[in-house]
Structures are given as C-alpha cells and as structure tokens.
Design a protein around this ligand. Sequence first.
Ligand code: HEM
Length: 450
Amino acid sequence: MGETLDRLPLPPGPNWTNIGAALRASPPTYLLNLFKKYGEIARFKGAFTVYAINNPDCVKNILTSAWPQYSKNTIDYKVISAVFGNGLVTSDGDDWARQRRIMQPVFSSRSVNSFDNVINKTTSALADNWSKQSTHDLIWLDRDMSKITFQVVSRTLFGTNIDHVSDEMIDILDLLNIHPMRLSALLRLFPWIPSPSNKRFLRANRRLDEIVYTLIEEHQLPGACQENIVGRLLAAKDDDSKASLTAEQIRDEVVTLMLAGHETSAVSLTWTFYLLSQHPEIEERLCEELESKLNGAPATSSDLAELSYLKQVVQESLRLYPAVWGVSRRSLDEAILGGYRIPKNSYIAITPYVLHRDPNSWPEPEKFDPGRFSPEQIKSRHSYSYLPFGAGPRTCIGAGMAMLEIQLILAQLLQKFKVIPITDQQIEVEAAVTLKPRHGLKVRLEPRIK
Ligand code: HEM
C-alpha cells in the first residue's frame, strides 16, 4: 500500500502562495480561484500546505465514510477554541461523543419544533419595535438579526431571558467572531504576548465568562427549570467515573452554543433579506405564498410543510452565502483522494462556499434561483454538492433549529414589512468565522399595506 501511494501524484497547485495576502484579500475568493484554475482537488503552500478538497465524493469520504481518519485538530479549530473551549464544535474523540449524546435530545425534531412559540413571540416583539419606526428611519438589519437570534438561543436552549445583557453579549460575541480570522489571532496561540488585539480579546472573554457562569449558577438554584441544555449538562454524569461535568466544561458548551447558534442564523437571515431585496420577482412570489397560506398570521412549525417556496428561498440563500463558509480537518493517516496522494497530518480544507459554486452542480452559480431546490432538481444533484450544515457524524447539531428559526422569522417579518437596503452603502462579504456583510446592512422599512 505504502509503495503504491508513493507513486501517486500530489494534487496540483501553485508552488508558493503569499498566504498573508490571500487571507487579507478573502480566503473563500482565493479558494474559489484555486478551484477554477486547478480543479476539485488542489494544494497550495503558505506557512503550511493546504489540501483544498471540493469533489463531492471525496468530501463524502472525509466527512462521513472515513470520518474517524480526519480530526478537528487543526490550527483554526485551535484558535477558535480560545473562546469555545473544549465544547461540542471543537472537541474530538470520546469527549465529543459524550457531549453529543448529552445534547442530542434537545435538538430532536420534536423538541425543536416546540420552539416555534418562543421564536414567534421573540419575532413579534421585534416587529412591534419596527412598527414604531418611520419609513425614513435607518435600521441596522444585521444587528437586529443578531439580537433576535441571540434571544432565541438563550430562551429556548438555556431557558433564560438574558435580554438585559444581549447588547453587551452581541458586541462581545461579534469581537470574538472576527478576532479568530485575523492574522493577529494567531497570537492567541501565544496568549501571554500583550498585543492590543490579545488584550481586547482577553477582556471580552473574561466578561463572557462572568455572564455565563452567572447563568449556570442560576440554574443550580432550587426550583430552576431543568428542561433545557444547562439543566441536562448539570445532571449529566461521566459514563465511567459517574462524576458530574465541571463548571468549566458546562461553560464551554454554553459558550459554544451561544456562538455557533446565533451568529450563523443571524447572518443567514441578513443575507436572505438582502437577496430578496435585489430580486423583487422572487420576493413577490414568496410574499404571495405567505399571504395565501398564513393570511398575516405567524407560521407554526407544522405550517412549514405548506410553505415550500419559503424553504427553497432559504436553501438558495444558504448556497450563495453559507454562514460557515469553510471547515477544516487533519488527516490522521496517508490517504488517496480523487487519485491523488494526501500525506498523513495534512491540513484539509472543505469549502461550502466553493462547492456551492461548482458549475457542474450549479449552472450559472452566482445567480440567485430558489428553483434549484425543487424536489426534481435536488434529486438530480450529488447530495454532497450542498453542505451548508456540513455532513456525517459532525454535522451541525442545530441545523433543524436554524432552518425553523430562519423560516419563522422571515415568514412573520416579510408579511409585515418590506425591507429596503439603502442604496449608498457598500456590500462586501467578510469571511470571519461566519460569512458576514463587512459593513453591516442598513435598511429602511415599509409596512406592507393590508
Ligand atoms: C444557518 C445556521 C447554521 C449554519 C450554516 C451552521 C453550520 C454548521 C456547520 C457547517 C457545522 C459543521 C462544522 C464541521 O464539520 O467542522 C456545524 C456544526 C455545529 N453547529 Fe451549526 N450551523 C448553524 C446553526 C447552528 C445552530 C442554531 C446551532 C445550535 C444552537 C449550531 C450548533 C452547532 C454545533 C454544536 C456544531 C458542532 C457539532 C458537532 O461537531 O457535533 N449551529 N454548524
């Protein structure tokens, strides 16, 4: 086997890359250009060699068929673990399996569908707020979406209303979202270096800890509701030692869910509103569907089966702007992917942003066309050509919750308001941990006449 492997070529790619310039320009754009020039399996060298894998069969192999051969022990997961700690997103091996077992029941479809009431109430409070604005007032849509998704996560998963710290939390979480993708973030691997960015980061992290530890303590008070993630984590026991989780372990899970669970949905909502505003005919068709099925009322989780175009719009928006634009793995062994040799311990980059623009699966890839998600068209494609939520055992635990939340929030707000981005603003994609509008999104609101 070793000998056969040695005879296989390494994937093609440029001899040398100015990695700093590539990261500063935009990593997903660099990876897309690499794909266009070198194909589905490519390699480039910067500070270390990156194997960019965008062939659906190979991606299936890495994420599903041979998943134990690929770990999350990569530099970017190490950097984000400075905030996430050893929570469900960043952990590996037995730790991960145990954490997933504890949390999975809260994300079952039965449990998630029951969140519809809280999501609708939270949305209706925002709608009340919006209806007090005049059509000339400017709203930061990205900010409002962050707030609402943060409130949804804290009310549903943590069974708590922490609105009084939501503005502060969003600022902290936003800083922590951008920070890991800056080059200076690599300094987090050397946290003792007192760079201004490290100092800001440590301050934000300390305040985040204070808020989260208070939340955990409140759940330990007699009479506190235990039917939520924090309750489950507090009750969980180690399979072998029967020991409870430490406060630090619980903190890591809570922070992970706060971060993984709110900004992703918030940016997806923001991009969907933006795309709809740029495609009036699609927005109109969607509003007609909402009007005919809901007649002004909020949607419940059981209404969603009837709202097929709404789902297609969201799926297409997640194709063009996948909040998690890239995931990485480390190969634990030598492997063959697409006829190329991938050495042991290689850094593997799988990029939904690129996979979602492969013209073989997506003709006219930059065009916003929800029709791509009709049942017939879905059937005609490789299922690994579309991976907004990843795949395999490490697939997003919150995918069902995210889809529910995004559709319910859109259904309610779109029936009440036309969201109009102001014209003189620059719309630029920023690849932080999530794919976000770099300068935010400023909009005006027009109530829809009934
Ligand atoms: C549109 C919204 C969302 C997107 C696009 C998204 C995307 C993803 C992706 C691509 C992964 C896989 C990462 C990898 O394989 O390396 C992932 C994992 C994860 N996501 Fe999401 N996510 C979203 C919403 C949520 C929500 C609402 C929650 C929870 C409240 C959540 C919690 C998690 C967790 C805990 C993991 C790690 C799962 C594991 O490794 O077992 N996500 N997400």
